[in-house]
Design a protein around this ligand. Sequence first.
Ligand code: ATP
Length: 442
Amino acid sequence: MAKAETTMENLISLCKRRGFIFQSSDIYGGLSSCYDYGPLGSDLKKNIKEFWWRWMVQRHEDIVGLDASILMAPQVWEASGHVEGFTDPLVDCKKCKHRFREDLLLDPHKCPDCGGELTESRQFNLMFKTYMGPVEDDASIVYLRPETAQGIYVNFPNVVKSTRQRVPFGIAQIGKAFRNEITTENFIFRTREFEQMEMQFFVKPGTDMEWFEKWKQDRIDYYKALNIRPEKLRFHQHGPDELAHYAADAFDIQYEFPFGWKELEGIHNRTDFDLSRHEKFSGKDLAYYDDLTKEKFIPYIIETSAGADRTVLTVLADAYEEQQLEKDSRTVMHFAPEIAPVKAGVFPLVKKDGLPEIAHEITDKLRPHYQVFYDEGGAVGRRYRRQDEIGTPYCITVDFQTKEDETVTIRERDSMEQVRVKIPELRNWLFEKINNRLDSNS
Ligand code: ATP
């Protein structure tokens, strides 16, 4: 049976109530469009980034990692075109003074908030500026990076020289990016500070479209491995009016959020634009020399660029379900086991007869390997519900039989089925269920 869709209100309320996501600077009334990940949210986001890293870097012999700094030489942003062209069209309402991004308005002449008249649009640069060192003058301007990609491009020669990678190969990075967006929207969907998970794949010109297709397929497979429902995912190809000046072709992977189909990730064929521009602006030779074929060329770049925060929102929206059961109801988050913030709840059936001691022993044994949660409060049914609501895939219950045969009950979140497993086998059992799933997806 298809599950009922959730609303943003339900999601946001669950996120706050259970400690996934809070408004930034809450006690001061909050800072608009900035969010903090709470105890469960920080684990969820960390697990998503780890899953991406495992999928992109660890699984691919021809991809290596990078962690570049947020502040970069200002020339980088001149070469990339951001100083000149990283702008959005800004319009103001003459009546209520609200500001909008013109290209996102249905009617570019009428204020969507009060119906008032809008000003002519002007281009607004989205880069955050700051100053390096004690003097605040034009010579000391630096930018907070608006994307992580440029850190990868300028390190291309360093990586070629320091590793044994040969084109075709990729460089991956996860990190913060900042955009002074005119309007922010929909919780963590569009914020001014966010994290990107990007992979730039360097290929020989002429082979670019083949690689482009390969990465499109790989990236859709990734979301399916993340347990996102396939019917909620689709490709959107950029038309000529959407295509960035550097791109030969571009597809977005879109997800159907509660507020409609929106971009989750961009896959772009960036041609040789980036390395050519950095070659021109830096005066350094950035061509790649293939010592086997004796060819020299500027590689084309296929980019896969996903938002970590947007993936968190996707995963939350996709996982959420309010289920009507025979006797009662439950809210359950169907997270893929790899990314669930808590992997197992451990419960003694009752708070006596030595059961809590055994449950504590199990918790202590599992804790170095997995985030587990010990809970002895209330009826077991209620403890299950609390774990369901935060997406814990397994609940381990120590009962009277445990004292006789060293077995515990493991209850699976989605099917609610139960199996008995011997305590010494618990760790391997969980490993098979949680960490080994990618085996069948590789
Ligand atoms: P838009 O046109 O919606 O502003 P974009 O096409 O400029 O977005 P990209 O530059 O392709 O976005 O960024 C790659 C990915 O980074 C996006 O698919 C998204 O997941 C994430 N991202 C971009 N901007 C934001 C933002 N303001 N907040 C959160 N995530 C973002």
